[in-house]
Write a new protein. Structure first.
Length: 78
């Protein structure tokens, strides 16, 4: 068992060894459950870290020729 301290903003830091063991990364969601006189924390959803290279090729430009960023509309990208 490890003890953590609550900050003025109500935040706690989960020790890194526990985060690694449970696969908790930035963006992971946790459920907080009140039980009797305590608090149980469960991992709701783990977020898998990704790299920029993994998105390569997801957007395809259908218009040939020179493209300009100011004309790019992400809402129309498929």
């Amino acid at each position: 068992m490890q003890t953590v301290t609550v900050s003025e903003q109500g935040q706690v830091v989960i020790p890194i060894d526990i985060r690694k063991q449970l696969g908790i990364t930035t963006g992971s969601q946790l459920n907080l459950i009140l039980e009797n006189s305590g608090l149980r924390v469960e991992v709701k959803q783990r977020i898998q870290p990704t790299r920029t290279e993994e998105g390569y090729g997801l957007l395809v430009c259908k218009e040939p020729g020179t493209r300009h960023l100011e004309k790019f509309d992400p809402a129309t990208a498929t």
